[in-house]
Every structure is written in C-alpha cells, then in structure tokens.
Design a protein around this ligand. Structure first.
Ligand code: GDP
Ligand code: MN
Length: 379
C-alpha cells in the first residue's frame, strides 16, 4: 500500500524528521487560506499516488496566496498518469541549495534493509540511476543491529555531504529507519532531502510503501488507504480477505493456496491461455468467501471461462462446491466453467456439482487445457 506525500511526511515528522510547515487542502479556497497562514510563499503539490508529479506540472511555487489559489484550482483539475488529483498539499516554500536522495527499502536478495542515497537527488534521480549509477550509494543495514550512527556517517561521507550537516543527517537517517521499522514499510523515501539556503536539512518530499501483509497490525495506516489507483475488483476482494490481483487474460482462476494459484496460471499459459486474475481463496475458505470470489471474477467482462483448481486439505471440497452453487444461483454465469476438485471431501463436492453444468477434469493439465479451449470458443 502506498501512502501520500502528506501522510508520509506527517509520519516522518512524528519521528523527528524536519518537514516544511503545511497542510492538505481539498479546495482552492482552503489552499488560499493555508497559504495566508503560511505567509504567502508556498508550494502547491498534487497528492496522487504516482511519482514524477513535478515533471507532470503537479508541483508549483506561488509567490502569494492569490497565486496559490490559482495554482490549486489548476492542479485540482488535473489528472496525473491517469489519477485524478483530489487534494493538494500546501507547504511553506523552501529556498534550496542542494537536493539529496535518501531512502531505506527492502533488499530481498540480500534479505536486509538497504540505504540508497545520492547527492544528485530531485526529479531526475531515475536518470542519474540509469546514466551515472556511480552517483548512487547503497549500504545494507543488519536488521539485528538496526541503523547505527557510523552507517549514517559512512553514507554522508560517500555522498560528499559537507561535514557541518553530518550530525543532522545522522538524526534523519536514524529517524527514517525507525519509521521504516515501526510502520512495516517496504520503502521510506525522501526525495529531495534538501539543504536549505539557511543551512537546514528538510524532507521536502516523502514517499512510503507499507507491506500489505502487515496491515493487520497497522490499523492506523490501513485507515489511510487511498483506493483511487486500485481496480474495483481488488477493493471488493480485500473486503472478503481474498488475495486477488487483476490481470489481462480471459481465464478466471479460482484456486486455494498461493503456490497452487501460481502453478495454475503457469499451466494455463503452457497451454496457450492467459489468466484473467491471480486468486487465492485461502485455506479453509467458507462458501461465502468462494461465492464472493466468483462474483468478483465474473464481473470482469473479459473473462471467457473459469478454472477452479481446488486441492482440498484444510479447505473442504464440498464447502467450495456449495460456494460455487450459491454464486451460480446469484450471478447466473454464462461462461463455461472447468473444475478440478481433489482431496478432502472431493467426492461429495463433485456430487454437489453434478447438475451444475460444469466441465470436470481429473488433473491440472487436463483442467487447464479444457479451460483454454473453452475460452477460445467463448470469444
Ligand atoms: P515529485 O516530482 O513527485 O517527486 O515531487 P517533489 O515534491 O519531489 O517536487 C519536485 C521538485 O520540485 C523538487 O525536486 C524541487 O526541485 C521542487 N520543489 C518542491 N518543493 C519546493 C520548494 O519548497 N521550493 C523550491 N524552490 N522547489 C521546490
Ligand atoms: Mn520527489
């Protein structure tokens, strides 16, 4: 889950990272009022969950509150990379001497958090990474030791940060690691972390990504979720605790277990088909959950066939079959459905589905082949 800039910076501030004064506004009038409170010179910033807002014209400086109002009107009417701007952050404008990139993220292959830093921060950081990778410093953090002052100083030295800022930089680094740890973040990024003309270090921008699998213990962060960029089917799936990701193919997949779901998608592809989704209904799924999953799959108009691949362990095949029947009753699907049921109570499950007009399969390969054929006919 991504957090907005204003949300990320509020969290940064709680941990002691300096941020500019400012507030978020949903209307141009509000933006004007905030600008007045801040003394007029402000920066008006689109709050959307994509990067590169500056380059897209979503970050603008205003010399007074009237201009802030004007800019807010303009930015609130924008779409950036397909996302509508519903809020702007109005921050006191900073006079910038240098823009630094500073982030902590997961390095999955090293199984450690990694610090990424550069003296050449700002809106062109991607270009720097591509053309001058030597300007990007990476340092791992031992998760058992956490961020240490000497690591922060090593980073400061590596990016040639003037010594007078090392103490403040260390504080920011320690605090950002605390943020990263406490929020179960997979990314905590400050770009730019600026040195201002009056020689202060300030986090001008903030971006955070939170591990979705940790949200159960981060209820406050979960509340901050902005679903603007999520597919409606994914939002619906989340309500039922289903792991669902919409994809571009035409074969709907209903599978229990993430590994089995991935395998099913691979085997569909092996036989020349394309999955319409990833879906793990989870272990011990109830018939209600199965029914919800089926409704979600069927609301996708590109779905031309559904593959059910259920390996009953903790999940009972008869319970899944009941869910399928409930959903069929409700949504009256018109697409062919291929079902492979094995394991706990498979017989009973099959018996329940006997009159449901489904194509049955013995093996996954067989089921995948049949669903690919069915989807082709359905086109
Ligand atoms: P992003 O483009 O989505 O990363 O948005 P940022 O918040 O990073 O803003 C983009 C750029 O706008 C920054 O890299 C700065 O160069 C500039 N900028 C943002 N806030 C200020 C400010 O208060 N003063 C000045 N002079 N420039 C700013
Ligand atoms: Mn930025």
């Amino acid at each position: 889950m991504k957090l907005h800039e204003y949300q990320s910076k509020t969290i940064f501030s709680k941990y002691g990272i300096p941020i500019p004064k400012g507030r978020v506004a949903a209307t141009a009038q509000e933006a004007k009022q905030i600008a007045d409170e801040l003394g007029g010179r402000v920066v008006v910033k689109a709050q959307v969950l994509v990067g590169g807002r500056g380059k897209a014209g979503g970050v603008k400086l205003a010399k007074d509150s009237a201009e802030a109002e004007q800019l807010a009107t303009q930015i609130l009417g924008m779409e950036i990379k397909g996302l509508p701007v519903r809020k702007v952050l109005v921050d006191e404008a900073s006079a910038i001497d240098q823009e630094i990139y500073f982030a902590i993220t997961d390095d999955r292959s090293a199984k450690k958090p990694v610090i990424i830093a550069s003296a050449a921060g700002g809106v062109d950081i991607e270009e720097v990474a591509a053309k001058n990778p030597e300007k990007i410093v990476k340092m791992h953090i031992d998760p058992l030791l956490g961020m240490r002052e000497y690591i922060a100083r090593d980073v400061a030295a590596a990016i040639d940060l003037p010594r007078e800022y090392w103490r403040d930089f260390t504080k920011v680094a320690m605090a950002l690691y605390e943020v990263y740890k406490a929020t179960d973040a997979t990314l905590a990024e400050i770009n730019p972390l600026v040195i201002t003309k009056d020689k202060k270090l300030v986090a001008l921008d903030g971006k955070m990504m939170i591990d979705d699998n940790a949200l159960f213990r981060q209820p406050e962060l979960n509340e901050m979720r902005d679903t603007d960029e999520d597919a409606p089917s994914e939002i619906e799936a989340r309500k039922y605790g289903l792991s669902f990701i919409k994809l571009d193919g035409n074969i709907g997949c209903m599978v229990n277990g993430a590994g089995l779901a991935m395998t099913s998608m691979d085997v569909i592809k092996l036989f020349g088909g394309e999955p319409a989704n990833f879906l793990d209904v989870g272990g011990g799924a109830s018939s209600e959950k199965v029914a919800a999953a089926m409704r979600i799959i069927l609301t996708d108009p590109s779905v031309k066939a559904i593959l059910f691949n259920i390996f009953g362990g903790i999940t009972r095949c008869d319970e899944v079959a009941r869910g399928i029947l409930v959903a069929m009753d409700e949504v009256k699907p018109k697409v062919p459905m291929v079902v492979r049921l094995v394991g706990t109570n498979a017989e009973e499950g099959r018996r329940l589905l006997e009159n449901a007009n489904m194509i049955t399969a013995e093996t996954l390969a067989d089921a995948a082949k049949k669903s690919v054929e069915a989807a082709k006919k359905g086109k």
